[in-house]
Structures are given as C-alpha cells and as structure tokens.
Design a protein around this ligand. Structure first.
Ligand code: SF4
Length: 433
C-alpha cells in the first residue's frame, strides 16, 4: 500500500528515556548517515525506529504507548515500517513480540549491527564515537561507560544494560575532539555509574585521569559529571574539579534514601553517616559546588519515621538540585521479593512533600544569588528571553537563567557574564554585564 505524503525511505528515530538512550540514538543515526541514509530525529519519516525505555512503570507505559501509536500509523498506511530497540525491547522482547506483533522487528540494547542491517546499512567500526548529535550545538553527552555492576535492589538497569564496560580514555578523547571540532563547548559525562569508571578496564578507578585528559581538548569549556555513586567515591575527582576551571563545580549523585534500614534493604552499600560525610567532603574540597541528587520514596517497608528522617535530612543538607521518584515495583529485581506495601497515594504524597520542601530550599538559595555575577552559556531564545545556564545547571534538569531579549542580543552557544537581578524557586533573571 503506497504511503500517503511522507518522503520515501526517510528513517525517523524516536528516543525515550534517559540521556544514555539519547546517546545510543545519536550513534545509530551517525552510522545511518555514514551509510548515506536519510535519517532524522523525531520528525517525519516512513520508517520509524523507537529507542525505548524500560526503567520504571511510567517509562514502560510511555514506551508501549509510543509503539502502539506508531503501529497504528503503519496499519493505517501512514508509515511503512516500525522497528523497536532499547531497554524495554531488551527486557521484554518475547512478551512484546506476542502482544504487539505488527512491529517489523525488535532489537536489544547490544544489537545495533542487526538493526542497521534491516535498515539497509552496514555497521562501520571505524566511526569511533561519530554520531549525529541531537542536543543544541553547544553541548553534547559523552557516555564513558555502559552497564552496571552494582546490586541496587530496586533497579532493573543491569538486566537491560549488562555488566559495566568502560570506554578507553583514548577513544573518549578522540570523541571529544570530534565534538569540539563541531562546535561543542560543554561535555556532559554520563554512565550508569560514572565513578566506577576504569575498574573493569584498568583495574582501578580512573575518572580523575579521564578528566585530566578531557580538559586538554581544545574548544571544550565545560565538563559536567552526572550519575556518580556514593560508595567508593574516588576523592581525587574532587581535586581535579577544584583545580581545573573547565570542570564544572557540579556533581550529580543519586542517593535514593538516607535511612540506614532502607539503604541496607536497597543494597546501596552505604549508611547515613558515610553519605553525609561524603557530601560534607564535597563542600569542603570544592567550595561552592552544586550537588544534584535523586531520591526514591515509598520503597517497601518505608515507614512514616523513615520518611520523616529523609525529609529532615533534605532540610539539613540543602541540595542545590534535587529530584524525587516514587518507588516502582520491578519484576526480576531483588526488591520484587519484598511486599510493595506503601500505597501509591502515600508514595505520591511523600514525593510531593519532598519537592515542596526542595522548592523552598531552591528559592532561598536562589535569593542569595541576587546581585552576583555569573558566567552563563546561552542555549536558546524563547519568547522575550534568552535562556542560559550557569556551570551549576545541567541541561534539561536544572535551573535556567533568563535574560530579557528586548534591548540586547546574545548568540546561542556563546558565554556571557551576567548579573542576577531577581530569582524564583527554579529560575534566575539576569542582565548582561
Ligand atoms: S548504580 Fe544505578 S544503574 Fe546501577 S544498579 Fe544502582 S541504581 Fe541501577
């Protein structure tokens, strides 16, 4: 059946989930481009590839709905082919093949060559890190490792991504050089567990060495760290962060909870005392560091007292950036053997309470910035504002700096010095200095 209006054989890649999945989509698109395929990201195309997420219930639901939507379009003749890859496909391929048979083929997270083949392309080994980035030109994600060796009880990621595999330092430097040559000025380093970097490949933690190599890449102005892990944290990373101006004084470290009972059940390998001590070391060794964390509420067995302990701790620690998830009961994880005993509405209520508290903390911290000047990168223009970020703000998840566009012009991707004039809970308003 002839497809209606869409340009023939254009491959449309749709990405769901996290920045690591986005990175994988960019690698796929880079391979397709190198095979002279017409490929786009989340635009029109008669061949659709859905890179799914299978992390928690909400994400799985979104992935299934996206597959069903694209399959419907295929059945109605709007598009020709639907392929599915990524974490949901890795985790549930047999069920998906049975439940949604109209998908042309399902691929796991390590089956890129097979996916390329059905798209009429060959996997090109020589394309080290070459990808079609989808982020604004001035920043890009750099995935330094895949998989995870940690035993966190609630997490299905090791089921979908396998064991931890670090990418060699030399390969990452080449990738960074290519990105810088394309105008990238900010690298956002990602992995499932950033701080585990090197333990497999070099038998020791080498994140600090990787950072020392990346700061020498010409053109890269900012390097940002995401997804650190508290246990066995390599403190030499903080020395490099303090000494190297190109490393943002920023760290994302999901901590999940603080009650010793819950941390033990989560198999996080740490305690309240050790976690708090580590955060205090961050603030001592890198003055002014912005700490981002993520918490889970409603974990099996979490009592009102455990939750109150978490809330009090959040009040005391005053994180610069914080996100909060409700626990998702994931089959084949260790925690799935526990009773999911916290009712959904209580989980949601607890998440709301944490985010209300964080909004207040963020507002107070932002008020202290009024009158100060910051180096800001401009990501885009939106309505009557130029929108930028300080080194303390990661793309898409943190605060933004809004600069009125009425009588000034700022170039996207450029850095400017601005003075903060006012602040809300999650945004700063500024004028160019
Ligand atoms: S470190 Fe992160 S990815 Fe690894 S098991 Fe724990 S929560 Fe999952």
């Amino acid at each position: 059946m002839r497809t209606k209006s869409i340009k023939k054989n254009r491959i449309n890649v749709i990405t769901l989930g996290c920045s690591k999945n986005l990175y994988d989509s960019e690698i796929l698109m880079g391979q397709l481009k190198a095979n002279d395929k017409d490929v786009v990201h989340e635009e029109d195309g008669n061949i659709v590839v859905i890179n799914t997420c299978g992390f928690i219930n909400n994400a799985k639901e979104e992935s299934v709905n996206t597959i069903l939507h694209q399959v419907r379009r295929k059945v109605e003749g709007e598009i020709d082919k639907v392929y599915v890859t990524g974490c949901l496909s890795e985790r549930y391929k047999p069920d998906l093949q049975k439940e949604i048979p109209d998908v042309d083929e399902y691929f796991g997270t390590t089956e890129l060559p097979g996916l390329l083949k059905v798209l009429g392309a060959d996997y090109k080994h020589e394309l080290i890190g070459e990808r079609l980035t989808t982020t604004p030109k001035n920043y890009a994600y750099l995935k330094i490792a895949e998989g995870c060796d940690r035993p966190c009880s609630f997490c299905a990621i090791p089921l979908m991504r396998g064991k931890h595999r670090s990418t060699p330092i030399e390969t990452l430097v080449i990738e960074a050089e290519k990105l810088a040559a394309n105008g990238v000025k900010e690298l956002v380093l990602i992995a499932q567990d950033l701080t585990y970097y090197g333990l497999d490949l070099y038998k020791k933690r080498r994140l600090a060495d990787l950072l020392k190599a990346l700061v020498r890449v010409e053109g890269i102005e900012w390097i940002r760290l995401h997804y650190a892990f508290p246990t066995g944290f390599p403190l030499d990373v903080l020395d490099v962060m303090r000494e190297e101006p190109r490393i943002c004084n920023y760290i994302d470290i999901p901590l999940q909870h603080i009650s010793d009972k819950i941390l033990k059940s989560m198999r996080r390998g740490t305690t309240e005392e050790r976690t708090t001590r580590l955060l205090n070391q961050f603030r001592e060794l890198v003055p002014g560091i912005a700490i981002r964390t993520t918490l889970i509420v409603g974990y099996p067995g979490e009592t009102e007292a455990d939750f109150q302990m978490l809330k009090d701790w959040v009040s005391r620690m005053r994180f610069e950036r914080l996100g909060c998830f409700t626990y998702s009961h994931e089959e084949n994880t260790h925690a799935f053997n526990l009773e999911d005993d916290v009712p959904e509405d209580v989980k949601q209520q607890r998440a709301n309470e944490i985010m209300e508290l964080q909004a207040q903390i963020s507002w107070e911290l932002n008020q202290e910035k009024i009158g100060e000047t910051f180096n800001v990168v401009i990501d885009r223009k939106e309505g009557e504002y130029f929108v930028g970020r300080t080194e303390f703000d990661s793309p898409d998840v943190d605060n933004e700096v809004l600069i009125e566009a009425r009588d000034t012009y700022l170039k996207t991707g450029e850095f400017y010095t601005v003075k903060i004039t006012s602040a809300s809970d999650f945004d700063l308003y500024a004028e160019k200095v």
